[in-house]
Write a protein that binds this ligand. Structure first.
Ligand code: FAD
Length: 468
């Protein structure tokens, strides 16, 4: 092992190369700083390697398979449809994940960010040690941005194994399972339930709360539940998963629902009950950084921890664990340490579930508006009246705008339906920039497009809908 006995000086060191870390590093470099990024496993972090991106690839594969099996509405019939899952996985890994992570590595290099492969450990509030199998080197820094992300939570009775999977295991199965139980019906569990159900797996979701997709409006969740039902996905809510037993050719999950103990034999159990922040093996205590009981680093509105030189972003700070939140916070933190007067504002932070149909929300929901005593009008416009949705044979869903009673300012919105993940962006822009319904109504939207439903909803909010 080579041990560097002198400290290399850096302006800024970023720890972790996920959507928080790599974005922070690039932005700090763009602002003129000498930056290094430390990564112990994979450039791109959880999101690009074992999260957002590979899950969307499998979801897309499921949709292709379903469309191949049944496109009779378009007059297209098919015979003998087959899926070669080895090829699906190969495509996901080589053409999607590797391409994207190589691209990010290229961007870091282009911006002259030094990539340090190894595990980072704080020595004190201005010193970091980076270790790998071959070397150990000390770095001194003016500022550090910690972006070490999170890992799946393991629960008692469900030790991760070949049959009891975390999300990473579920994304990398060698073959499509016949039967799968999913413990936890949050957005990760529901997205993977949809992907495998579309690929032909018999899926059962075991959820402790009264509903899956907790946090999303009920009318959106209902659409997803109905779709699950049509694919034979069983949803057991108010159920406690009790334990698992690996058998010769599968695994049994025990759970309690409505006071009764039940069990289910499946090929795999996927456990997605939440994620734990990676703040426990970083030496944060040596740097004096305060960590909450849940392992989160409390930060101010620029991402600064209780220690002047140390910032934190992404899954290790409070708020929803989402990639776009991590990247947003990363830009703010990088700009703040570069002397720019910036602060986070989460007003327009979207949440998306890539279920069937997709559901998305930004800003206030109707109930949040009530809780905050904001007087609002609620306008819901169905996708069924949209030409583009009809031509795609995907009319299920709606756009809802939440506008202030006083002056029609758009303070929130929800979208359910095909491409909700994209359509929500216009409402996010409106919320972020304080637009009112008239601004949207006056914006010329390309025809025919799903985005026209946002314009229709805005016109409806103004009491003058053309298409309703
Ligand atoms: P991470 O992406 O977790 O990156 C942290 C990096 O830090 C890792 O590469 C890790 O190796 C490295 N690291 C940790 N400790 C050290 C150390 N001591 N030294 C050096 N390096 C270290 N979010 C969305 O917004 N949309 C989605 O559709 C979505 N889908 C998801 C699907 C799945 C299956 C999962 C699991 C997650 C999904 N997420 C999604 C959540 C998203 O992946 C995370 O919110 C996001 O990755 C957080 O980014 P981050 O930069 O904070 O951390």
């Amino acid at each position: 092992m080579v041990v560097g006995d002198f400290a290399i000086e850096l302006d800024t060191v970023v720890i972790g190369a996920g959507p928080g870390g790599y974005v922070a590093a690039i932005r700090a470099a763009q602002m003129g700083q000498k930056v290094a990024i430390v990564e112990k496993e994979f450039i791109g972090g959880v999101c690009l390697n074992v999260g957002c991106i590979p899950s969307k690839a499998l979801i897309a594969a499921g949709h292709k398979y379903q469309d191949s099996l049944d496109s009779t509405a378009f007059g297209v019939t098919s015979e003998n449809v087959k899926i070669d899952f080895t090829k699906t996985q190969e495509w996901k890994d080589t053409q999607v994940v590797n391409k994207l992570t190589k691209g990010v590595e290229g961007l870091l290099k282009k911006n002259k960010v030094e990539i340090l492969r190894g595990e980072a450990f704080f020595v004190d509030e201005n010193t970091l040690r980076v270790m790998n199998d071959d070397s150990a080197q000390t770095y001194s820094f003016n500022n550090a941005i910690v972006a070490t992300g999170s890992r799946p939570i393991e629960i008692p009775g469900f030790k991760f194994s070949e049959r009891v999977l975390d999300s990473t295991g579920a994304l990398n199965l060698p073959a499509i399972p016949k039967k799968m139980a999913i413990v936890g019906g949050g957005y990760i569990g529901s997205e993977l339930a949809g992907a495998y159900a579309n690929l032909g797996t018999e899926v059962t979701i075991i959820e402790g709360l009264p509903s899956i997709l907790n946090g999303f409006d009920k009318d959106m969740v209902k659409l997803v539940e109905r779709n699950f039902k049509s694919k034979g996905v069983e949803i057991i809510t108010g159920a406690m998963a009790k334990g698992s037993t690996v058998t010769d050719n599968g695994v049994t999950v025990k759970y309690e629902a409505k006071g009764e103990e039940k069990s289910l034999d499946v090929d795999y159990i996927l456990v997605t009950v939440g994620r734990r922040p990676n703040t426990d093996e970083l030496g944060l205590e040596q740097a004096g950084v305060k960590v909450s009981e849940r392992g989160l680093i409390e930060v101010d509105e620029q991402g600064k921890s209780n220690i002047e030189s140390i910032y934190a972003v992404g899954d290790i700070v409070p708020g929803p664990a989402l990639a776009h939140k991590a990247s947003y916070e990363a830009k703010i933190a990088a700009e703040a340490i570069s002397g720019k007067k910036v602060a986070v504002d989460y007003r327009a932070l979207p949440a998306v579930a890539f279920t069937d149909p997709e559901i998305a929300s930004v800003g206030l929901t109707e109930s949040e508006a009530k809780e905050n005593e904001v007087e609002v009008n609620i306008t819901k416009f169905p996708l069924g009246g949209n030409g583009r949705a009809l031509s795609l044979n995907a009319t299920e869903g709606f756009v809802r705008l939440i506008t202030t009673k006083e002056d029609n300012v758009i303070v929130g919105g929800q979208v359910a339906g095909i491409s909700a993940s994209d359509v929500i962006a216009e409402i996010a822009l409106a919320v972020e920039s304080g637009m009112n319904a008239e601004d949207i109504a006056l914006t010329i939207h390309g025809h025919p497009s799903l985005s026209e439903v946002v314009m229709d909803a805005a016109e409806a909010a103004l009491g003058m809908p053309i298409h309703m």
